[in-house]
Design a protein around this ligand. Structure first.
Ligand SMILES: *Cc1c(COP(=O)(O)O)cnc(C)c1O
Length: 386
């Protein structure tokens, strides 16, 4: 029985009894051989879908040569992926790690080190209401999730919050203790709320003028999700620090902290981790990034995002639901009432995986190479569930 088989796993989530055994592209298959159309993709992780050949081949090939040597030595795939990231962004150096939260911890440490050295001991990082930056103690403290206010007290100090989109509030919070401002270009967990380009540009100008760093958490918006390689490119700004995770490994645990030269102030001993930058994961990341950089790939993401948006808008009009929002292939549909969880459950029963980060909203994070006919199939299944 499944209940017995899984009893040894700590219960940190409500999970359905189905066990998934294989996947291909936009489809997952359970133990009974039932197929599910996957518009969650491990929370925007499998950016090329399930078991894409590029990724499987890169992992297989690397596993024949070297899985791990230790972060005390250089390895070739880590250098290749770092070079590719630097060549395709405004950043100069990269630190690899294993999860988004760990990348954000690195960003927080880098900003604090920079504040200690360059700004008279400044250590505060201004973050935003409803932000989500991860589940370690510091990243929970940086997050603005109201449900976490009383959890695991005491929190890590030094994360004053501003309302998302309120430039004046950020300006008022900046003082001698401020080292950085940190935000998601699209707040994902909060319900897919995109920062206006003017807000991003305003933050860039403000942080420059006041001499503090600007950090973008692109763990969800990076790696092509918004139709650009990185979400901040939508507003034409160059941040000082960026974090990546989720899609970077295409399904394997890989995350990264990137920074412009002026902010790269770690000294040996400041930052590290047993698995960081191991060749198996970075070879996977390099295969993913090469696929995203292929001519026409990102344009196709933007195009499919528009197609998904228009199909959702039609469905919304037919069923009297609310607005469609988001960027690229990170979209949300407002439901007008708190039917999100019930709808996710019903869609699941019909073979469609969806996510409701808020009770009144569905979020769509399909593979970036999802086809228009798969989008049509999703709309049909969702229509039936409605
Ligand atoms: C998922 C996510 C994180 C945390 O990443 P983990 O790999 O779960 O630690 C942090 N920030 C954002 C914006 C995310 O979407």
């Amino acid at each position: 029985m499944y209940a017995e088989k899984f009893a040894a796993l700590m219960k940190v989530a409500e999970r359905p009894p189905q066990v998934f055994v294989s996947g291909s592209g936009s489809w997952l298959v359970d133990e009974q051989g039932r197929r599910y159309l996957d518009f969650v993709q491990g929370w925007a992780v499998n950016c090329l879908g399930h078991c894409p050949p590029e990724l499987t081949q890169a992992i297989n090939a690397q596993a024949q040569h070297l899985v791990n040597c230790s972060p005390a030595f250089f390895n070739e795939p880590a250098a290749r992926l770092a070079q590719l990231l630097v060549a395709n962004s405004c950043f100069d150096q990269v630190f690899f790690c294993n999860s988004g939260a760990e990348a954000n911890e690195g960003a927080i440490k880098l900003a604090r080190k920079w504040g200690a050295k360059q700004r008279g001991g400044a250590f505060e990082i201004i973050t935003f209401d409803n932000a989500f930056h991860g589940r370690t103690l510091a990243t929970m403290s940086a997050s603005g999730k109201p449900q976490w206010n009383q959890l695991f007290e005491p929190k890590v100090a030094g994360f004053p919050k501003a309302p998302f989109g309120d430039l004046e509030a950020v300006a008022r919070l900046i003082d001698a203790r401020t080292a950085a401002v940190m935000l998601e270009p699209v707040q994902g967990e909060a319900g897919v709320i995109a920062a206006a380009p003017e807000f991003m540009q305003g933050l860039r100008a403000l942080t420059r003028e006041r001499g503090v760093l600007l950090i973008v958490d692109e763990i969800q918006t990076g790696m092509g999700r918004t139709g650009k390689l990185f979400g901040h490119e939508q507003s034409g700004i160059d941040p000082d620090i960026m974090t990546l995770g989720k899609g970077l490994g295409g399904g394997v645990p890989l995350a990264a902290l990137l920074a412009r030269e002026a902010a790269c102030c770690f000294e040996p001993g400041d930052q590290g981790g047993t698995f960081n930058g191991n060749p198996l994961m970075t070879a996977a990341g390099a295969a993913v990034l090469e696929a995203l950089l292929a001519p026409g790939f990102l344009e196709a993401v933007a195009h499919k995002g528009e197609y998904l948006r228009s199909r959702l808008a039609q469905l919304s009009a037919r069923h009297g639901l609310g607005a469609v929002r988001g960027r690229g292939l990170l979209l949300a549909l407002e439901l007008g009432s708190d039917i999100g969880a019930a709808l996710v459950e019903r869609a699941f029963a019909q073979g469609l995986l969806l996510n409701a980060p808020r009770p009144n909203l569905l979020r769509f994070m399909p593979a970036l190479n999802v086809s228009e006919s798969e989008i049509d199939a999703m709309i049909e299944l969702l229509g039936a569930a409605l």
